[in-house]
Write a protein that binds this ligand. Sequence first.
Ligand SMILES: NC(=O)c1ccc[n+]([C@@H]2O[C@H](COP(=O)([O-])OP(=O)(O)OC[C@H]3O[C@@H](n4cnc5c(N)ncnc54)[C@H](O)[C@@H]3O)[C@@H](O)[C@H]2O)c1
Ligand SMILES: O=C(O)[C@H](O)COP(=O)(O)O
Length: 412
Amino acid sequence: MKKTSYPKGDIRVLLLEGISQNAVDTFRAAGYSRIELLPQALPEDALKRAIADAHILGIRSRSQLTAEVLAQGKRLLAVGCFCIGTNQVDLDAAELQGVPVFNAPYSNTRSVAELVLAEAVMLLRGIPHKSAECHRGGWSKSAAGSHEARGKTIGIVGYGHIGTQVGLLAEALGMQVLYHDIETKLALGNARPAADLGDLLARSDVVTLHVPETPATQWMVGARELARMKPGAHLINASRGTVVDIEALAATLREGRLGGAAVDVFPTEPKGNSEAFESALRGLDNVILTPHVGGSTLEAQDNIGIEVAAKLVRYSDNGSTLSAVNFPEVSLPEHDGSHRLLHIHRNVPGMLSQVNAVFSSRGINIDGQFLRTDANVGYVVIDVSGAGDEQARELRDALDSIEGTLRTRVLY
Ligand SMILES: NC(=O)c1ccc[n+]([C@@H]2O[C@H](COP(=O)([O-])OP(=O)(O)OC[C@H]3O[C@@H](n4cnc5c(N)ncnc54)[C@H](O)[C@@H]3O)[C@@H](O)[C@H]2O)c1
Ligand SMILES: O=C(O)[C@H](O)COP(=O)(O)O
């Protein structure tokens, strides 16, 4: 079993995909010095090599942390997704490796909502098409097909953090807000729930998607759903590329059934800025295409850099897993004057009594104990005072030898 109790100066932090300098500053301020910041995602083989040396790994939406890639992370303590989505990580595999995954569930919410609202206005006015014509030297000054947002209905699919923000901003413009969610959600402002997805599609002038990538949302908007939308209505997708069948959308737009679309996310996206972007939507004047920049504002990235780095530092220094997306959540007090032993194990019967026996058999008094479990994993944290560093390491080794242990650490 790998030990993961390292002096802070030896902890290697690898940050991929152009994560904000604020993250580096946050790690530095907390005493971490071995930080590598790369501007791009790594291809699978390079990622496997890189993860093998990293204790803390930071990624955004492009790096695919499959079970196979994660398995190379023998020293890995934690993963930070410096974004909202965590679908790019095999969360179960990470958990069963004893690796909590953190994200930034709110920091780019506003950026996405602002972009979506701006796109709704642009689409209702037919601006993408008019702009494209002007670029070609055309001049089609006309009010035909051009509408105010005021009084129109925006249908929000996925009424979570982003969806609710879009709804509030849209109401400020005088739009009617309809929403559909699989959970019962408190309606903000004058928003109203639709009876179901079909009802929302049939009644909205603009449909905007804000669901996560899950098996249920995969291709949730295809030819059938597009056919249910009002003629001339608009579709916005800034959620995940797998939510919309792009070929069906392109066909519907070519037929002129929909007014237009704004798409920020695609089933296949270029791995970096130097790779060409291919899509059936290219060349359609009434489509706003953006390169997955819904959350890419300096404000959002700066906030995300601090938020996720702070969570990783807290886990590394203190053991707290509060807000981890795949792990039993424990919020821990500081442990000044005591050693803190962390034990991550498979959640099987009898584990806690074996953990406690390690201490009782040595006559060691436990100052504090914190335990959380989920279906897969148990996470127990034990504070002991009066043990020297050497004894703490011996305790860790004894914990490590318990059958079913995934990771152990000692914090000094
Ligand atoms: N384009 C970008 O740059 C960008 C930026 C941030 C987030 N995102 C994407 O946006 C998604 C939403 O973000 P959020 O912060 O609002 O997430 P959230 O979890 O707060 O909200 C998602 C909502 O969708 C609902 N939902 C889930 N499955 C559904 C289904 N099958 N049908 C209807 N509703 C369903 C959930 O109940 C929840 O209310 C993220 O998961 C991420 O993939 C994209
Ligand atoms: O999940 C998210 O927050 C968005 O998709 C943004 O991802 P990015 O950090 O790769 O831009």
